[in-house]
Ligand binder design. Structure first.
Ligand SMILES: *[C@@H]1O[C@H](CO)[C@@H](O)[C@H](O)[C@H]1NC(C)=O
Ligand SMILES: *[C@@H]1O[C@H](CO)[C@@H](O)[C@H](O)[C@H]1NC(C)=O
Length: 428
C-alpha cells in the first residue's frame, strides 16, 4: 500500500499540468474596419491570392492562417537564460518560429513592386517606399525590415542552444516567413511563472518575415496542432513535451475569456496536460477527430433563428481565427435569418448592434451547443456590429468550416493530441 502511494507520488512529480495566461487584443482587422482602411487592405489580400494562383492551385482557396484577426496572445521564452517572445497560440498551425537576430539583414531591402500601388503601400511598405514611388527621380530607398520592432532570438546568448541550420519557409494566406532551424529549451508562459519547460525543442529562427507582420504586436507564432500539419514535419513543441513525458495527459484545454471591445487585457488561459477546473465544467463531451492534422471533426448542423442546415461538414477549432468561417451559401443564409447584410467592400456582414438575434445553434456528435448573441456581435464602431461569420472557400481541400474564437469563448475546448479527439465543456 505504502509502495503504491509512493509510486503514484513519483508519477505526479515527473509529469504535471501547467497554466498559461493570455492577453486579449483588438484584432488588426477590427482596428482597420473602425478606421475605414479595411477595404483597401482586402484589395491587397485578393491581389496576393490571385498572384499566387497560377503556381499553386490550392492557394486560390482561403488560407486558414490569415493572422490579421488574431485576438489572443501569450508569452513564451526560449534559451538559457530565458529570452521572451510574444506569440500567437495557434491551434490552426503546427510550427514555432520567432525572429532571429539576423532577421532583416538579408538582401531583400528594396521596395517590392506592389509598393507602387498607394493602397498597398500604406499597409505593407515602409513609408520611404511609398514616397519614393511618387518621386521617380529618387533612388530606391531601403525598406525598413518587418523585423525592426520585434524581439529577436540571439543564439550566442543561450548556453542550451544546439545548432541545426536546416532552412525552412512557411507560406501564410497573406505573408510568409523563412529562416533556419535551431534547437533549445522552450518554456510556455511568462518568465517567473510556473512554466512548462520543454528541453531540446526544434524551432524556426526567422531571417525574413513579410511586411504583413510588421504592424502586428506579436513576434512569432506557436503552432499547437499535430506534427502531420507541421512544415518539414518538425515535432511541434507541445508534441515534444508529450513525447518527453512532461504532461499528466496528452491534451490541452483552452479557455478564452469574453472581454467585449477591449485591447490588451488579460483574457484567457491555456492549460497544458489537463482540464481547467477553474474556468470550465468537468462535464466534457468528446468527439473523435476526422483528421488529426488540424483539430478537425464533424459538425452535423448549424442554424440561427428560423434557419438551419444539416448538410454536415468537416470543421476545425482554431484559436487563431476571430470569427466563424463557412461555405458562403450557409453564411449568407445565417446572415439573412438575423437581418445582417453583406458589405462587398468590407467583405463582412454588418448588423445593428441592438439587433435581437438569439443564439446560434450547432450540433456536434448528436449534441446541441448554443452560442450567445454577444459572441457573434462584434462592435465595428458607430453602432454598427459585424455578424461574426465569414464566407470561407476551402476550395475543396481540408475543412469547410473554421470555428474560431466566438465558439471557443462560449465553450472550453479540450484538444486531445494523444487520443486524437476534441472535447467541449461549458465555461463557468
Ligand atoms: C509578456 O511579457 C512582457 C514582459 O516581457 C509583459 O510586459 C507582457 O505583459 C506579457 N504579455 C503577456 C500576454 O503575458
Ligand atoms: C543583423 O543586423 C543587426 C543590426 O544591424 C546586428 O546587430 C546583427 O549582429 C546582425 N546579425 C547578423 C547575424 O548579421
Amino acid at each position: 500500500m505504502k509502495l503504491l502511494i509512493l509510486v503514484a507520488l513519483l508519477g505526479l512529480a515527473s509529469a504535471a499540468v501547467f497554466q498559461h495566461d493570455l492577453s486579449k487584443i483588438e484584432s488588426k482587422r477590427t482596428k482597420m474596419i473602425k478606421a475605414g482602411t479595411w477595404p483597401a487592405y482586402r484589395k491587397y489580400k485578393d491581389f496576393l491570392r490571385l498572384a499566387k494562383a497560377p503556381h499553386n492551385l490550392k492557394s486560390v482557396a482561403q488560407n486558414v492562417n490569415d493572422y490579421e484577426d488574431v485576438e489572443y496572445i501569450g508569452n513564451i521564452t526560449i534559451g538559457t537564460p530565458e529570452q521572451t517572445f510574444l506569440v500567437i497560440l495557434d491551434t490552426g498551425s503546427a510550427n514555432l518560429w520567432v525572429p532571429d537576430t539576423s532577421c532583416g539583414n538579408g538582401s531583400s531591402s528594396t521596395c517590392p513592386d506592389y509598393c507602387s500601388d498607394a493602397d498597398f503601400c500604406q499597409f505593407l511598405c515602409d513609408t520611404s517606399c511609398c514616397s519614393f514611388k511618387k518621386n521617380a527621380i529618387a533612388k530606391p530607398a531601403p525598406k525598413a525590415s518587418a523585423c525592426a520592432n520585434k524581439r529577436k532570438f540571439d543564439s550566442t546568448k543561450s548556453t542550451t542552444y544546439v545548432k541545426n541550420g536546416q532552412t525552412w519557409e512557411i507560406q501564410y494566406g497573406t505573408g510568409s516567413a523563412n529562416g533556419f532551424l535551431g534547437q533549445d529549451t522552450v518554456r510556455f508562459g511568462d518568465a517567473g511563472t510556473n512554466q512548462l519547460v520543454v528541453p531540446n525543442t526544434i524551432f524556426g529562427q526567422a531571417t525574413s518575415i513579410s511586411t504583413f507582420f510588421a504592424q502586428d504586436p506579436i513576434d512569432g507564432i506557436l503552432g499547437l496542432a499535430f506534427q502531420s500539419l507541421a512544415v518539414d514535419n518538425i515535432p511541434p513543441p507541445l508534441v515534444n513535451a508529450i513525447s518527453q513525458g512532461l504532461l499528466d495527459q496528452p491534451l490541452f484545454t483552452v479557455y478564452l475569456q469574453e472581454k467585449g471591445n477591449v485591447d490588451n487585457v488579460r483574457g484567457g488561459v491555456f492549460t497544458y496536460g489537463g482540464l481547467d477546473s477553474t474556468h470550465c465544467s468537468s462535464d466534457v463531451s468528446y468527439v473523435p477527430l476526422s483528421s488529426a492534422t488540424y483539430f478537425q471533426f464533424r459538425m452535423d448542423s448549424i442554424g440561427i433563428g428560423s434557419y438551419s442546415s444539416n448538410q454536415g461538414w468537416d470543421v476545425i477549432s482554431d484559436t487563431g481565427t476571430s470569427f466563424i468561417g463557412g461555405p458562403q451559401d450557409i453564411t449568407d443564409a445565417l446572415a439573412n435569418a438575423v437581418g445582417a447584410t453583406y458589405d462587398d467592400q468590407y467583405g463582412t456582414y454588418f448588423i445593428d448592434c441592438g439587433a435581437n438575434i438569439g443564439q446560434t445553434k450547432i450540433t456536434i456528435g448528436g449534441k446541441q451547443y448554443a452560442i450567445d448573441a454577444k459572441q457573434v456581435l462584434v462592435d465595428a464602431g458607430n453602432g454598427q456590429c459585424e455578424f461574426a461569420f465569414f464566407p470561407f472557400n476551402s476550395g475543396g481541400f481540408g475543412p469547410s468550416w473554421i470555428l474560431g474564437d466566438p465558439w471557443i469563448r462560449q465553450y472550453c475546448n479540450v484538444y486531445g493530441l494523444g487520443k486524437k479527439n476534441i472535447g467541449f465543456a461549458k465555461t463557468l
